[in-house]
Design a protein around this ligand. Structure first.
Ligand SMILES: [Zn+2]
Length: 173
C-alpha cells in the first residue's frame, strides 16, 4: 500500500495517509479531515464542522419538541370541546336556551308573586319568589358556563401562538 504525504488543512502539520484512506484525524490538532484527490494533487479538507452540526441537530430537536407541544395542545383543546359538548348537551345553543329559560322562568315567578300578593295569598307569596331566585341562579350559571369556555379557549390560543412564535424564531436561525 502506498503512503502519501498530505498536510492538515487546519494546522498545516504533515500527515501520512495510505492511498485508500478517505478520512483521517490530525494527530496534532485533532481535526477530522477528509482526504480529497484530484488527478494532479492530494489534499485534506476539514469535515463539515461537527460542532456546528451538533448545534443544528439540537435546534431541530427543539423544533420537533415545539411541534409536539402544539399538537398536544390541539388534542387537549379538542378533548375539552368534546367534554364541554357532552356536559352541556349541545354547546352555545343549549347555553342560550338555558339563559333564556332562566330569564323567562324568573319573569313568570315575579308575575306569579305579584299576582299572589294582589290576591292576598300572604305567606304563599314566598313560593314564586323562591322559584324566581332559582330562575336567576339558572340564568347566571348558564351565562358563566359560556364565559368560562371562552376564557379556556383564549388561554389555549395564547399558549399556542407563543409556541408558534418560538418555532418561527428557531426556523429563521
Ligand atoms: Zn491539524
Amino acid at each position: 500500500m502506498e503512503t502519501l504525504s498530505v498536510r492538515c488543512n487546519h494546522c498545516g502539520a504533515p500527515l501520512q495517509v495510505s492511498d485508500a484512506t478517505r478520512f483521517v484525524t490530525c494527530q496534532f490538532c485533532q481535526s477530522s479531515l477528509e482526504v480529497k484527490r484530484t488527478e494532479s494533487s492530494i489534499f485534506t479538507e476539514e469535515v463539515a464542522k461537527i460542532a456546528e452540526n451538533t448545534g443544528k441537530m439540537a435546534e431541530s430537536l427543539e423544533v420537533i419538541a415545539l411541534q409536539n407541544e402544539i399538537e398536544k395542545l390541539d388534542r387537549e383543546l379538542g378533548l375539552d370541546h368534546m367534554l364541554a359538548t357532552k356536559k352541556n348537551a349541545s354547546g352555545p345553543v343549549a347555553k342560550i336556551m338555558g339563559t333564556m329559560f332562566g330569564v323567562f322562568f324568573t319573569v313568570v315567578c315575579v308575575l306569579m308573586a305579584t299576582g299572589f300578593s294582589k290576591a292576598g295569598a300572604g305567606i304563599f307569596t314566598i313560593v314564586p319568589l323562591g322559584m324566581g331566585v332559582f330562575g336567576i341562579v339558572i340564568t347566571i350559571a348558564s351565562l358563566r358556563a359560556g364565559l368560562n369556555e371562552n376564557s379556556t379557549h383564549s388561554k389555549y390560543q395564547e399558549r399556542r401562538e407563543a409556541l408558534e412564535r418560538q418555532l418561527e424564531e428557531l426556523k429563521q436561525k
